[in-house]
Design a protein around this ligand. Structure first.
Ligand code: AMP
Ligand code: MG
Length: 411
């Protein structure tokens, strides 16, 4: 059986990076730059005022109070027509270009706010309240490296330098399906005895779309070799990746491995981890297939450990894996030392340390404990039992919950 790390490396090795194309800033959200971005011009593009006030010569206002003659008024978007000479000032608004001759701005609060003459009441030195050209980004400098995943602030920076159509790798198309004769759609009215609602497709759809993938849904497929074979063929032709759930354990009706072998190749089908030990990975005529286990928690863990890094790699990202943080265990945790174990945990702050508390039952069908968790405690192979209070490593899969009004602002 493969270790988690060996299985992750094999998965990454099998993933091809998707082609790149220019996209609008709106389309590019969550996608990954396919080339380095260099600034074509300075940001700010010209020296401008950081305050509403008066552009002055610092030498004139070294000793205060002092009266200056106001020769012009420059709102943002207008240009000064005159230069500031000794004894003069130009009334200037935030963002307006600095006039020639001026090297400082005195904010209006530090003056008598006059319009023909102004009394300067607070001294300024050269550069005070001036935003120099290129102070944020210098023309010609590298702004973002290839492999950067674009979030809202990145998109704002690209807009500021006029890179309105960044070259990004396209979204992966992911075909998903659930297998199992026991499954019925989530909106089924009354459950017949022996049936359960398909919980894996909604989970997968959400995680995949959060990542930026386009999901093609092949629905619930019965445990029937012929139907499964046909559906897998369609799914592989129409997707960059195929993701199935269920049918990868040791039972008689666990058909994924068999059909994968008949249509393509099985790379491996078990990983020394918990949950998600039965996990089949292979290729359907060149399309990678991720055969996730059926249990809903295993589906999520396998998504996090295999699919997420694999899709980010396809999208061209440099950073593929979730952040890890040091914490302490809030209670004793017993795990199988032969496996990498992912313990669903709610994380709380205790002074300057983080305490991770298992968030409920840890069987792989207990999805509620996952919904209550912020992170996995990752217990590595060889560790076994973790005592309460011992250090552990956390892998966050979401930001801890937003705070309520009372938590943020007080009762
Ligand atoms: P399997 O790997 O097909 O034997 O499935 C393992 C367990 O997960 C069984 O208890 C299945 O009923 C359950 N399961 C499989 N697929 C789903 C699904 N889509 N939604 C909820 N439970 C599932
Ligand atoms: Mg099944």
């Amino acid at each position: 059986m493969r270790t988690l790390e060996a299985a992750q490396a094999a998965v990454l090795d099998a993933m091809a990076v998707l082609p790149a194309q220019p996209a609008t800033l709106r389309e590019a959200r969550g996608l990954v730059l396919a080339e380095d971005v260099t600034a074509p011009h300075d940001v700010p593009p010209f020296a401008n005022s950081a305050m509403d006030g008066y552009a002055v010569r610092a030498a004139d206002v070294a000793t205060v109070p002092v009266m200056l003659e106001v020769i012009e008024d420059v709102p943002a978007g207008s240009l000064p027509t005159r230069a500031v000479e000794a004894g003069m000032a130009i009334k200037i608004m935030t963002g307006a270009p600095m006039p020639d001759g001026a090297d400082a701005v005195v904010k209006v609060e530090d003056t008598d706010a006059g319009s023909k003459t102004v009394e300067i009441r607070v001294a300024a030195t050269a550069g005070t309240a001036v935003r120099p050209a290129g102070g944020d980004i210098a023309a010609g400098s590298e702004v973002f490296a290839v492999g950067t995943r674009l979030t809202a602030p990145h998109l704002g920076v690209l807009a500021s330098i006029g890179v309105a159509f960044p070259k990004v790798r396209r979204r992966p198309t992911v075909s998903i399906l659930s297998t199992g004769d026991e499954l019925v759609p989530p909106d089924t009215g009354k459950l017949a005895v022996g049936k359960i609602r398909d919980t894996n497709r909604p989970t997968l759809q959400a995680t995949l779309e959060d990542l930026g993938a386009v999901v093609v849904d092949y629905g619930i497929v019965p445990d029937d070799a012929e139907v499964l074979n046909k559906t897998l063929g369609h799914a592989a032709r129409n997707g960059d990746v195929v993701v199935t759930s269920g049918g990868v354990s040791m039972g008689e009706y666990d058909l994924i491995k068999q059909e994968l072998a008949s249509l393509g190749t099985v790379e491996f089908w078990q990983v020394a981890m918990q949950p998600a030990k039965p996990f089949a990975f292979g290729s359907l005529g060149g399309t990678p297939l991720f055969g996730l286990p059926g249990n809903p928690v295993s589906v999520f863990v396998a998504f996090e450990q295999f699919l997420r890094p694999a899709l980010l790699h396809m999208m061209g990202a440099t950073r593929l894996f979730r952040p890890r943080r040091a914490a302490v265990a809030g209670e004793e945790i017993r795990t199988d030392p032969a496996k990498t174990v992912f313990v669903r945990a709610a994380v709380a702050r205790d002074g300057d340390r983080l305490v991770a508390m298992p968030s409920g039952g840890q069987q792989s069908n207990v999805l509620t404990a996952l919904a209550l968790a912020d992170a996995f405690i990752v217990v590595p192979v060889g560790r076994g039992t973790v005592e309460s209070g011992q250090p552990v490593e956390l892998e966050y899969f979401r930001h801890p919950e937003d705070r309520t009004r009372e938590e943020a602002l007080g009762g």
